[in-house]
Design a protein around this ligand. Structure first.
Ligand code: PLP
Length: 395
């Protein structure tokens, strides 16, 4: 049996059929008609703000930052526990990331470190809800940002459906971004939403969305093929179907990152608007959010007991929060993180390494952020969607 995967297994036969049908009448699905309907549904679901969908969380982040009109070379405080695609999104929008250290209880920004990181160039703080958790200092950082007149960007790429004090994450900041990439809470393979919480940012975000190009027919087709491929390979549990899908479509499956992104230049497809074809898949996925979150939370509770019984360091939700538990983070010895195969074999699950550097997966050291560097060496993460028959599946 293959190891239980880290990537999302939320695609169902419904999305498979939808992708098949959409491929047959692609010209009709290359507008933004269904995209607008999906965006309105997203706004209603969040209960706040103005949503615009793009072809990735990173593209949505670049648009959200531009919607804040921060000015050239605006400093944005970021946690020393993030990934290159986040730093790229800020840089492509003309902002300068300013690293601050994290805290170990929730892997969020440390409020004192944020205070120290603020310079006259700082215009915003990016709060990243890693693994769908709310950081220990979330409210203190909102307060600090308010006192310093800084904008707040919530990176909810891991946190679709997570809540704090009864409200969905994403409504606390000035702007927020969500991801539907294939490693996320729900998936369309690539896709993301930017949410603007005030009228000015909303107006700019709308203008940016209207000006953004749509992917061409070939690109949309490749993404629909990737949806079908991912359904068979990861979600279906059908080994013969997976084999067939690999042979038929393996070569057209889209990568998670394009080569230019490692060289820190803008890839050709960056910043595209989400077309109706992909919004239809996103809409079908959103129907499953509550069920998917319930499974992820139950699995996190299982892993909590499992880790607690073995004395393995792990994280708990802070008071008042309901995490999405995209993955279940564990503190382990650096040697185990460097070679996690023994743990994978013991648990029968893929073990994730988010994040290995403050600019994962690109090598980077930020000596003034020792807790972030420590987490990069010692945090691994377990999947929270396991097949029902898996020996570690929550009851
Ligand atoms: C914390 C964080 N923010 C943003 C993103 C970007 O999302 P996307 O892959 O949809 O571009 C990622 C991607 O993994 C991420 O981990």
């Amino acid at each position: 049996m293959p190891l239980a995967p880290l990537l999302s297994t939320t695609l169902t036969a419904r999305e498979l059929e939808l992708a098949r049908a959409l491929r047959e009448r692609l010209p009709e699905a290359m507008d933004t008609h269904a995209t607008r309907a999906f965006e309105r549904r997203f706004e209603t679901w969040v209960g706040h703000g103005h949503a615009r969908a793009f072809m990735g969380g990173r593209a949505a982040l670049a648009m959200a930052v531009r919607a804040l009109d921060l000015g050239d070379n605006a400093g944005v405080v970021v946690p020393a526990f993030t990934c290159q695609c986040v730093l790229n999104a800020l840089a492509f929008a003309g902002a300068q990331p300013q690293y601050a250290d994290i805290e170990h209880a929730g892997l969020g920004l440390d409020v004192d470190a944020v205070r120290q990181a603020i310079t006259p160039a700082t215009r915003a703080v990016m709060i990243q809800h890693s693994f769908g958790l709310v950081g220990r200092d979330f409210e203190a950082i909102l307060q600090l940002a308010h006192e310093h007149n800084l904008k707040v960007i919530e990176d909810c790429a891991h946190a679709l459906g997570a809540r704090h004090r009864g409200l969905p994450l994403g409504v606390y900041g000035d702007v927020a971004v969500y991801s539907f990439e294939r490693s996320k809470v729900l998936t369309t393979i690539h896709g993301g939403v930017a949410l603007a919480n005030d009228a000015e940012a909303a107006e700019r975000l709308s203008a940016l969305a209207e000006a953004a190009p749509l992917p061409d027919a070939d690109e949309i087709d490749a993404q629909l093929i990737s949806v079908m491929h991912d359904y068979w390979v990861r979600a279906s549990g059908d080994a013969a179907g997976a084999e067939r899908a690999r042979a038929l479509w393996g070569e057209r499956v889209l990568p998670q990152m394009w080569p230019e992104e490692f060289g820190i230049s803008v890839p050709p497809r960056y910043g595209q608007r989400m077309p109706s074809a992909i919004a239809r898949i996103a809409d079908a996925q959103l129907d499953r959010l509550d069920a998917v979150l319930a499974r992820r939370r139950a699995q996190a509770a299982y892993w909590q007991d499992w880790a607690g019984a073995r004395g393995i360091g792990h994280l708990d939700a802070i008071d008042g929060s309901e995490p999405a538990w995209l993955r279940f983070p564990l503190w382990v010895d650096p040697a185990l993180k460097a070679d996690r195969h023994a743990l994978e074999d013991a648990l029968d699950v893929e073990v994730g390494v988010w994040f290995t550097t403050p600019a994962h997966p690109v090598a980077r050291s930020e000596a003034h952020c020792p807790r972030g560097m420590d987490a990069c060496c010692r945090i691994v993460n377990l999947p929270t969607l396991l097949p029902a028959h898996h020996p570690h599946a929550a009851a």
